[in-house]
Design a protein around this ligand. Structure first.
Ligand SMILES: Nc1nc2c(ncn2[C@@H]2O[C@H](COP(=O)(O)OP(=O)(O)O)[C@@H](O)[C@H]2O)c(=O)[nH]1
Ligand SMILES: [Mg+2]
Length: 486
C-alpha cells in the first residue's frame, strides 16, 4: 500500500463522535481513562473527535449498544439537528481541543478514504457534524449495523480502531501476518452478518474494515477464512525461524546503534522521536510518522550514528484477541541496542504501566535489552514545587531515570546526551593502519569511527580512532582481506 501523502492537507478532517456505555462495575476514573485512550487512538488514525456521548446502564442495549434515548440524542447531534449551544450539547474533550490546534493532526488517513467518500456520497451535501461514531467497546455486528442505521453514519468499535492502527504499524512480515489473522477473526462473524442481511442477491454497502463487503458470505467464505488463517499461521512459524537466525547474524556483525521508543499510547513517544531526530518531514506528516514507525537518525549526529525508531504504543484496554498482534508488532524493539521506555509522569497509573511494559518485553525476548526510563510530561504534574518533588521521587525509586518534558528543549538535549553517553561508554580507542592499497575503506572508517589522529607515511595512513569494538574488529578484518588479496 502506498504511504505517500500529498502536501496539501485535507481542509476537513475526518470528524468522529466517541460514544460509550458505563457499566456499574466500572469506576468513573477507569471509564474516563478508557475514553481518553480511545480519543487518543482516534487521533492517531487522523480523526478529529468533536464530541463524546456517554451513558450509565446496567448492560449494553442488545439491539444497538446505546439505549433508545441516547441513540436519538446522538442522531440529532450527528445530523446537525441540535443547537450546539444547547445545554444538552456534549462536552468536547480537552484533548480534541488541543489536537485541533495542531494542523498536523488534521490529516485524514488514506485507508479511510474509501469509507469517507462513500459516506459523503450517501449523505449528498454532507451537513453532518461527524461521519463516524467510535464506540468504546467491542460490539456485535448487528449492534453496529443497527446503530449505523439509526444514527446515520459509520460505526467503528474499539477493536476495529485498534486493528486499523496495528495494521498500519506492522512492518515485518511476521507482524503483518499476525495482524491479518486478528483481522480475519474479527471479520468472520461480521461477514456472516452481512450475508444474512444480503440475502441471495447480495447487497452493496459501503463500509470500512470489510463489514460492507456485502457479498454472500456463506459456509464457503468461512472455510476460506479458516484456510487463510491456517496458512498465515504456517507463515509465521517459518518467518520466526528465519528471523531468529537473521537476528543472531546481525548482532554478531556490526553493533548498530539502535534506539527504540516504547511505552503506552500518549506517553509522548512520537513527540520525543521528532524532538530527537529534528525531522521536519515528520512534523508535517505526523500521522504517517507514527504509523510507519519510521526510523530516523539522531540529530545532531555523533559517533556512532544512532538510529531512533518509534513503536506501536501499549494500549490500556487491549482486547484479548489483539494481544498476539500487538506483541508481534513490538518485536522489532527486541533488536534495538537501547530501549527508551517513555512513561507519562502525569498518569496516575504509571506504576502499572511500567510493570506491564516490562512483562511484555520479557515475553517478546527483549527482557535483557538495556533500557532507559524516561518520565515524560513532568510539566503536567502540578506547580513547580510539585514537579520537583515528583521528580525526586522518581529518581529515588528508579535510579538513573530521566525526568523531563518533551516541550522543553533543554530536557530534550539532556536526553540526547544520555543516549550518546550510553553508546559512548561502549566505545574503545584503537589504532588502525590503512595501507594505500586499501584506501577504498577510508570512507567506511570515517563513517563508523571517530578519527582522533591521522598520520600518513610511504605505506599508508595510521589512524587513532574511537569506535565500537565490533566495528573496529570488522574494519581490521576487511583491511587484512584487501591487503592480502591478489
Ligand atoms: N505537556 C506536554 N505534552 C506532551 C509532552 N509530550 C507529549 N505531549 C503531548 O501528548 C500527546 C501525545 O503525544 P504523542 O507523542 O503522540 O504520544 P505517543 O502516543 O506516545 O506517540 C500529544 O498531544 C503531545 O503533544 C510533554 O512532555 N508535555
Ligand atoms: Mg505515537
Amino acid at each position: 500500500m502506498s504511504r505517500i501523502v500529498s502536501e496539501a492537507m485535507p481542509v476537513n478532517p475526518q470528524r468522529a463522535v466517541v460514544a460509550a456505555v458505563q457499566l456499574p462495575a466500572v469506576s468513573d476514573a477507569e471509564f474516563e481513562a478508557s475514553l481518553n485512550e480511545l480519543r487518543e487512538l482516534a487521533r492517531t488514525l487522523g480523526f478529529e473527535v468533536v464530541a463524546t456521548f456517554t451513558q450509565r446502564r446496567t448492560s449494553f442495549d442488545t439491539a444497538a449498544y446505546l439505549g433508545t434515548g441516547k441513540r436519538e440524542e446522538l442522531r440529532r447531534f450527528v445530523q446537525g439537528e441540535t443547537d450546539q449551544s444547547d445545554d444538552a450539547a456534549p462536552v468536547e474533550p480537552r484533548d480534541a481541543k488541543r489536537a485541533a490546534k495542531h494542523g498536523e493532526d488534521r490529516i485524514a488517513h488514506h485507508g479511510l478514504v474509501a469509507a469517507r467518500e462513500a459516506a459523503k456520497a450517501k449523505a449528498g451535501a454532507d451537513n453532518r457534524r461527524a461521519a463516524f461514531v467510535l464506540v468504546d467497546h467491542e460490539i456485535s455486528p448487528s449492534q453496529a449495523r443497527n446503530l449505523e442505521n439509526e444514527v446515520g453514519c459509520e460505526v467503528m468499535d474499539r477493536t476495529m480502531v485498534i486493528l486499523e492502527i496495528f495494521h498500519r504499524h506492522a512492518r515485518s512480515n511476521a507482524a503483518r501476518a499476525q495482524v491479518e489473522i486478528a483481522r480475519l477473526r474479527y471479520l468472520a462473524p461480521r461477514l456472516r452478518e452481512a450475508a444474512k442481511l444480503a440475502g441471495p442477491q447480495g447487497r452493496q454497502r459501503s463500509g470500512v474494515g470489510g463489514r460492507g463487503a456485502g457479498e454472500a458470505a456463506g459456509e464457503a467464505d468461512r472455510a476460506k477464512i479458516r484456510d487463510r488463517i491456517a496458512e498465515l499461521k504456517q507463515e509465521i512459524i517459518a518467518l520466526d525461524l528465519e528471523r531468529k537466525t537473521q537476528r543472531a547474524r546481525r548482532q554478531e556483525s556490526q553493533g548498530l546503534a539502535r534506539v527504540a521508543l516504547i511505552g503506552y499510547t500518549n506517553a509522548g513517544k512520537s513527540t520525543l522521536m521528532r524532538a530527537l531526530t529534528g525531522s521536519t518531514v515528520l512534523v508535517a506528516n505526523k500521522l504517517f510518522a507514527t504509523l510507519d514507525t519510521t526510523v530516523r537518525t539522531l540529530v545532531p549526529e555523533g559517533v556512532p550514528r544512532v538510529l531512533v525508531s518509534d513503536t506501536v504504543g501499549f494500549i490500556k484496554n487491549l482486547p484479548h484477541d489483539l494481544v498476539a498482534s500487538f506483541k508481534s508488532t513490538l518485536e522489532e524493539a527486541a533488536e534495538a541496542s537501547l530501549l527508551l521506555h517513555v512513561i507519562d509522569a502525569s498518569d496516575p497509573g504509571f506504576e502499572r504501566h511500567i510493570e506491564v511494559t516490562e512483562k511484555v518485553l520479557e515475553e517478546i525476548g527483549a527482557g535483557k535489552v538495556p533500557r532507559l526510563r524516561v518520565f515524560n510530561k513532568i510539566d503536567q504534574v502540578g506547580d513547580a514545587r510539585a514537579q520537583s518533588e515528583r521528580a525526586k521521587e522518581f529518581r529515588a525509586r528508579y535510579p538513573k531515570c530521566i525526568v523531563m518534558s518533551a516541550v522543553d528543549p533543554d530536557d530534550v538535549a539532556r536526553l540526547h546526551k544520555a543516549i550518546l553517553a550510553f553508546f559512548g561508554r561502549r566505545l574503545v580507542k584503537a589504532e588502525l593502519f590503512l595501507p594505500w592499497s586499501a584506501q577504498q575503506l577510508r570512507g567506511d572508517l570515517f563513517a563508523t569511527c571517530e578519527v582522533l589522529e591521522e598520520q600518513a607515511d610511504a605505506d599508508g595512513a595510521l589512524f587513532r580512532v574511537r569506535g565500537a569494538p565490533e566495528d573496529i574488529e570488522d574494519l581490521r578484518t576487511r583491511i587484512g582481506q584487501v591487503h592480502s588479496g591478489p
